[in-house]
Every structure is written in C-alpha cells, then in structure tokens.
Design a protein around this ligand. Structure first.
Ligand code: SME
Length: 157
C-alpha cells in the first residue's frame, strides 16, 4: 500500500476520535496489515521517564525501555527517527523477536513534546528506506494531530 493510500485510510480511522490508546491501536493494525514484510508494529508511550509498551501488532514484546536505550530509546532521546538497516550492527539493539533484522522508529511528538515512539520491525534486512521514514513520519504526525494527550497518564509509570 503506498503511503498516500495509508494516509487516506488513516484519516478515516482518526476522524473525530481523540482517544490516544484507541487511535494507537487502529494505527498499529493499519500499518501492520498494509505495509509488506513487517513482523511487529506498535507504540511505546512515555510514562514518567521511560517508554512503556502500548498498542501493537506482532509477538509479545519487552514492556519497559529506558530513555536512550535500544533503537526505541535512542529515537525518543533524540526526538528524531532512527532507521536501522541491520539490527545486528546496532550495538544497543534490544531483541524482542529474534526474527527482526531491520527496524524503523519514529518519535511521536505533540506540539514539540515527546509522547512516545512508533516502532516497525521487519524480518528482512534493509527493509526500510528514506521513503518509508518520510511516509511514517507523516502518518505519525496525523496520529498526533488527532489525539488528545493525557498528562496524568504520562506523569505516572
Ligand atoms: N528493538 C527495539 C525494542 C522493541 S521491539 O523491537 C518491539 C529496540 O531496540 O528498542
């Protein structure tokens, strides 16, 4: 599915719905079932000073990731996307599913503030290209525009 189609479907799913968890759940399902060659797609949400597993599709995954650790914590700390063509070459990669070979993590930012990260894993090496990063950044921006952020949830762990 080209990213323009994904974004059109996403606009329909998000229309009029501000609940972050519901939107993250549908976002994960849409991405997982429409982008080829993924084995995991989902959210880690900022809770106090760490990332905690949120809605996702794929195998069960590690629940808590410290800021700055792994690909997810690195993207969160930098507030910038991290594209990893070969997870075995990323020294601090956290293994959740040993089948994962490449990874793309996009920060979820609302009005400049970190809300969490969106993580995509693939069993194929070099699965993600700059076009995937741009397409996913645009999609995550739509998710963030539509969703209300619960400051109390974010402050607790
Ligand atoms: N590989 C990630 C951990 C999350 S799982 O892939 C779902 C990382 O290094 O942060």
């Amino acid at each position: 599915m080209p990213y323009a189609d994904l974004q059109r479907s996403l606009a329909g799913l998000l229309d009029g719905e501000p609940d972050l968890i519901a939107n993250c759940a549908n976002f994960s399902a849409l991405v997982y079932h429409n982008l080829p060659d993924l084995n995991w797609a989902g959210c880690y949400l900022l809770r106090a000073d760490e990332l905690v597993l949120g809605p996702f599709q794929g195998q069960p995954a590690c629940v808590r990731i410290a800021m700055g650790r792994g690909v997810c914590g690195t993207a969160a700390a930098r507030r910038a996307s991290v594209l990893v063509p070969d997870v075995h070459a990323f020294a601090d990669h956290i293994v959740c599913d040993p089948l994962s070979r490449s990874e793309l993590v996009v920060p979820m930012l609302k009005d400049g503030a970190l809300v969490g990260v969106f993580d995509l894993d693939s069993p194929l090496p070099d699965r993600f290209r700059p076009a995937d990063q741009a397409g996913m950044e645009a999609a995550v921006a739509m998710l963030m525009r539509a969703s209300r952020i619960d400051a109390a949830a974010m402050a607790s762990s």
